[in-house]
Design a protein around this ligand. Structure first.
Ligand code: ADP
Ligand code: MG
Length: 338
């Protein structure tokens, strides 16, 4: 039994379908990331799971029970939003236990849970402070603490890290992931950031225009993208797509090398040095091709270079169907590779 199941869920605003026949399942104790560009329907999907919106049609199950028509309170799930409104006049401790107090949980029980949760989110030393005396990351952790103290089995998060700077975002995604695993929570985590999806998720559901583009493990989305859209959404820089023979060949920048002979002649357009590696944008037959090279590359714009990659790293897409082409049988592949 899956902890969360959506079956053919539809939600429209006027004539526009924000969620257009979405079905997926999140396994008990797993972290599922809803990924996709802005406006693709991630937040609406999350709000449907929470019960903050009603679907036009379809079914939502939590823990095997049909909750499609239950109020949010009766679904017993915790939520963290991007704008994590804290009560400014309450201390960190009071903010965290607020929900328990409302529900009439005893003082002793509240104190015991507060101690545990404060430890987990690293706020034990800051419990007496007011939100105004905290950094952005610390406030985010108060919001996290407030949601996990409820000990709900299911936790929904909507872009909870987007207000934080890059370094803190990196720390927090590691913390959220380890917390989710330690507590065995089932989590649905919304983000437009493919790095968050790749690093945190057991399963990624990539959305586009209200529909699911691909549903799989991070590894599957990276190594076997079903469509050019997935191919370019996952990975930085995005996969190169080169038009050829009525189809598209996809090749990731990290799978291309500069060689001294036997490859594709190319001209360097631009070079970007990132420190650990360099992104070199070249041109093959008029088409741009990004190459990721280790270290500080010495090539310069205007240079003529030869690019090579392994046949095994090529992805083929059918231009007519916009889908991954069926893989060639092994025998054919050997012939093709010569
Ligand atoms: P995402 O979270 O992926 O950025 P949303 O789920 O917020 O996308 O929005 C999906 C689509 O639904 C967008 O076109 C958005 O404008 C529309 N939408 C979302 N909420 C509402 C609403 N309350 N009223 C009307 N349109 C909405
Ligand atoms: Mg959103």
């Amino acid at each position: 039994m899956s902890a969360i199941e959506l079956h053919d869920v539809v939600k429209s605003w006027g004539p526009a379908r924000a969620v257009d026949g979405v079905s997926f399942e999140a396994a008990e104790g797993s972290l599922l990331v809803l990924l996709g560009p802005s406006g693709c329907g991630k937040s609406t999907t999350l709000r449907l799971i929470a019960g903050l919106e009603q679907p036009d049609s379809g079914t939502i199950m939590i823990g095997g029970a049909d909750v499609t028509h239950l109020t949010p309170a009766r679904r017993r799930i915790a939520m963290v939003f991007q704008s994590y409104a804290l009560f400014p006049h309450l201390s960190v401790a009071e903010n965290i236990v607020f929900g328990l107090r409302v529900r009439g949980v005893s003082r002793a029980e509240r104190d015991a849970r507060l101690k545990r949760v404060a430890d987990i989110v690293g706020l034990s030393q800051l419990l007496d402070r007011k939100p105004s005396q905290l950094s952005g990351g610390q406030r985010q952790r108060v919001a996290l603490g407030r949601s996990i103290i409820a000990e709900a089995r299911v936790c929904l998060m909507d872009e909870p890290l987007s207000n934080l700077d890059a370094k803190l975002r990196h720390e927090m995604r590691t913390e959220i992931r380890s917390l989710q695993q330690r507590l065995g929570m089932t989590m649905v985590y919304v983000t437009h950031d493919q790095t968050e999806a790749m690093t945190m998720a057991d399963r990624v559901v990539l959305m586009r225009d209200g529909r699911i583009e691909q549903n799989g493990s991070p590894e599957q989305l990276y190594s076997r993208p079903a469509t050019p859209f997935t191919a370019r959404f996952i990975g930085t820089p995005p996969m190169n797509l080169i038009a050829r023979d009525g189809g598209l060949i996809g090749i990731r920048p990290e799978h291309i090398r500069i060689v001294s002979q036997d490859g594709h002649p190319a001209r360097v357009r631009s070079v970007e040095h990132l420190g650990a590696d360099s992104i070199v944008v070249c041109e093959i037959e008029g088409q741009p091709v990004a190459v990721r090279l280790d270290g500080f590359s010495k090539v310069a714009p205007g240079d003529r270079v030869t690019l090579a990659w392994s046949r095994d790293d090529e992805h083929q897409f059918d231009a007519a169907t916009d889908q991954r082409a069926a893989p060639m049988p092994d025998g054919m592949k050997q012939v093709a590779a010569g």
